[in-house]
Ligand binder design. Structure first.
Ligand SMILES: *Cc1c(COP(=O)(O)O)cnc(C)c1O
Length: 406
């Protein structure tokens, strides 16, 4: 398919033009949404064989395998990440599951971040072992822990950075070296970076994953995921993870994400600017117990974040010098900031996570791990996805709600 693209363009230009083009039938200057689930096949046998091949991404047969609207988005995201190819999926978890189920099998060793999105934590720690994958979950912000866990038999290292929910920062370049020395692939879920603040593949990851539901779409109105990396691996992931396991993207959602991603660099700039202003405001507030934001010097991953990120994205944590019920009282008093899960939307979203819920959700956590994370989280944390509203208004909203906390 013809995409309008010049590799010398800067990021903002790429977000507008990569994967875009003029519709050959109608001359429409925006890509249409193709909702058809099936495509007319060539009568010529040679053409048919080519068209049915999973490697042929220019011809379409059936929408579970590939269809034009998701393909336009794949072209854009591959170009933005600087990867050879991309597979878009129904959701971020669809991307994680398609990748891990494709690249791992019974007897393979997986080393994964213990601090990561709940779905991934469960998939790696509970479901993959049901199929014979040997999983070790470690704190990947600790390179010694990664070195101790990665052995010559390790097939894949999975890192989430920045990591949910405590904005844990892992050193991608250093972990890439450890993984590659052991002959393992490095897969990084970079959702919280919002793509444009972290050149994950250039830092040494083999494969990068995004929940496009979050910053890439950015408007809170569709689900999607993406896996980006070498053509050979993407073809395997498309075949196993999408064609066989079924996590294909809906054309309509792909179109919404394509549209949302046009403004990604502008939105990320605002998320980053608001993020640091709000983190600094909270850090200086007498009722705030602690703040974690990679842009603050107080964050243990600040130096690594400074090295590997270009802006610190819009995700932060904080908690109050107050009991749990007062944390909920604070939430009730917010007017602009919405109490909801998800993140990376235009609007600010906040979610309270009691530390005991986090431990219970995690599954088996030993006493040393509990002590370590309780020291960071206290009795609970707000996971705050700072939106693109005016920072003054967000600070005003927080300030008013904080005044109401005894
Ligand atoms: C939200 C999220 C996911 C899952 O994405 P969905 O689109 O909700 O399936 C995976 N990883 C991270 C880091 C996320 O924040």
């Amino acid at each position: 398919m013809s995409t309008n693209f010049n590799p010398e363009w800067k990021l903002g230009t790429q977000c507008v033009h990569a994967g875009e083009g003029v519709d050959s039938d109608t001359k429409a200057i925006r890509r249409p949404i193709h909702m058809a689930n099936s495509y007319s096949l060539p009568h010529d046998l040679g053409e048919l064989i080519k068209s049915l091949s999973i490697e042929d991404t220019d011809h379409f047969n059936y929408t579970r395998e590939l269809s034009p609207t998701p393909r336009f988005l794949e072209e854009r995201l591959a170009l933005l990440e600087g990867g050879e190819d991309c597979v878009v999926t129904a959701s971020g978890m669809g991307a994680v599951a398609a990748t891990l189920f494709t690249l791992l099998g019974a007897g393979d060793r997986l080393v994964a971040s213990e601090i990561c999105y709940t779905g991934t934590q469960k998939l790696a720690g509970f479901h993959l072992p049901r199929f014979g994958v040997l999983t070790t979950q470690v704190d990947t912000s600790d390179l010694d822990a990664v070195r101790a866990a990665v052995t010559p038999g390790t097939k894949l290292v999975f890192v989430e950075t920045p990591g949910n929910p405590i904005v844990q920062i892992s050193d991608i370049a250093a972990i890439a070296n450890i993984a590659h020395d052991a002959g393992a692939l490095l897969v990084v879920d970079a959702t919280w970076s919002g793509l444009v603040t972290q050149k994950t593949l250039a830092l040494g990851a083999d494969v990068v994953i995004h929940s496009a539901t979050k910053f890439i779409n950015g408007h809170g109105d569709s689900l999607g995921g993406a896996v980006i990396g070498p053509k050979k691996l993407m073809t395997e992931i498309r075949e196993y993870g999408i064609v066989h396991l079924g996590a294909c993207a809906s054309p309509f959602n792909a179109w919404l994400i394509m549209r949302g991603s046009v403004t990604l660099p502008l939105r990320m700039k605002q998320h980053c600017e608001n993020g640091i202003r709000i983190a600094e405001f909270l850090e200086s507030h007498p009722k705030v117990l602690s703040v974690r934001y990679p842009g603050l010097k107080s964050h243990p991953g600040h130096e690594v974040a400074k090295k590997q990120m270009n802006g610190y994205s819009g995700m932060l944590n904080f908690n109050l010098k107050a009991d749990m019920m007062q944390h909920f009282e604070f939430l009730k008093r917010l007017n602009i900031i919405t109490y909801a899960v998800s993140l990376g939307h235009d609007q600010s979203l906040i979610y309270y996570m009691p530390t005991d819920f986090f431990f219970a959700d995690w599954g088996v956590m030993n006493d040393a791990q509990k002590a370590k994370y309780r020291a960071i989280m206290g009795e609970g944390i707000f996971r705050f996805s700072v939106g693109i509203e005016d920072a003054e208004d967000l600070i005003g909203d927080l300030s008013r709600a904080l005044d109401a906390v005894p």
